[in-house]
Each structure stands twice: as C-alpha cells, then as structure tokens.
Design a protein. Structure first.
Length: 108
C-alpha cells in the first residue's frame, strides 16, 4: 500500500500526532524515492507549522490550549481530507487514461 499511495501517506503523516519518524523510516524501508519524500514532507510539515504559527500570531497565549487540545484533531481531519482528495485525483486520472486507451483501441 505504501508503494502505491506513498504520497498520501507522507502528507497524512505530516498532520497526524503520530511521530513523523515512522513515516520516514517506512519510506526508507520501502525504497521510496528520497526526492519525493523530501518534497511531500516539506509541503505537509510546512502547512502544519504555518497553521500553528498563524494561530499563535492571531490569538497569542490563548492559542496554546487550542493547539494542545483542538488542533491535533483538526489537523488529523485535514490530513485525512487531503489524503482522500489526493487518492481521488489519482484514481480519476488513471480512469481517464484507461478510457482514452480503450477509445483509441476501438477506433483503430
């Protein structure tokens, strides 16, 4: 599963309270390309930390409770949503290629 959906797993792992080391170690064990790991990890972790930084900037010390209690759940939900969208886009892209190939096969 990780080889097929490694991008989604790394993005999902960026938002979860699960230690991100697990996802990086797993990507190494599965021979996942390093450049993809670095790219998706940078995107996912940057989004998470920008959200936390923005909350602290806007709400100050009141954001500490929000980050400790609420943000972990919210970011987990956002990670699941991003992963679901990613998988949906990839699946639809694969179907379009298959339909196009079948259409070209029928016309020849």
């Amino acid at each position: 599963m990780f080889r097929r959906h490694g991008e989604a797993a790394i993005l999902f792992g960026s938002f979860t309270p699960i230690p991100f080391k697990l996802f990086t170690i797993m990507s190494g064990c599965m021979n996942y390309p390093l450049w993809k790991l670095l790219g998706y990890a940078a995107i996912g972790r940057a989004v998470k930390f920008y959200i936390v930084g923005l909350l602290f900037y806007m709400y100050g010390r009141a954001a500490e409770h929000m980050v400790d209690q609420v943000l972990a759940t919210t970011l987990l939900a956002a990670g699941v949503l991003i992963a679901a969208c990613w998988l949906l886009i990839r699946r639809l892209g694969g179907r379009r290629k298959q339909v196009k190939a079948e259409a070209e096969g029928d016309t020849k």
